[in-house]
Design a protein around this ligand. Structure first.
Ligand code: MN
Length: 175
């Protein structure tokens, strides 16, 4: 689907070599590098008096998603702490009082719904914006997230610029 190739060579008694090639368009990647600058200036416009980057708790168990979210969100001027399950998300929310929380719903152990409920029980975290992220846009998911205490709900795959605009709306209305 990416226009790449997978090949395999194998020799009995010696071993196997698998090769994956993916096309990488340099002209496209340098064009997308200008995006963070644009969104960054938007973020500063929301909260010009605050020189410290907002602290975000990202609760997400998928390593690839963690990489994608953190590299983008750091580039557009957030500080990020990462929890990989619901228990850690609750503990880190209490310990760090983040400005905003991105909460994956499907996580091992305590899921994002339960973690959101637990976070809302903490008096210091009652007003902390929580954006729920879910892989399956299943019927009733949105209602379950909002009922648990999330402020908003985004279905994966997430468009990063749209997510950033949503985050800025919450940070702008809080400050
Ligand atoms: Mn997950």
């Amino acid at each position: 689907m990416h226009g790449g190739q997978v090949t395999a060579e194998s020799e009995i008694g010696k071993g196997s070599r698998f090769t994956v090639t993916l096309p990488y368009d340099l002209s496209q990647s340098s064009a997308s590098e200008s995006e963070p600058t644009v969104t960054n200036s938007l973020q500063l416009a929301v909260n010009p008096e605050n020189a410290i980057a907002p602290l975000m708790l990202l609760a997400e168990d998928n390593e690839a998603n963690i990489q994608t979210f953190t590299s983008y969100l750091i580039a557009v001027n957030y500080r990020i702490i990462v929890a990989k399950n619901g228990e850690d998300a609750v503990a880190m929310a209490k310990a760090n009082s983040p400005d905003i929380i991105l909460m994956d719903i499907q996580m091992p152990g305590m899921d994002g719904i339960e973690a959101t409920k637990q976070i809302r029980l903490d008096l210091n975290l009652i007003n902390t914006p929580i954006i729920a992220l879910t892989a399956l846009a299943m019927e009733g998911d949105r209602e379950r997230c909002l009922a648990a205490g999330a402020n908003s709900y985004v279905a994966k795959p997430v468009k990063l610029r749209q997510l950033n605009l949503l985050i800025q709306q919450f940070l702008g209305s809080v400050n």
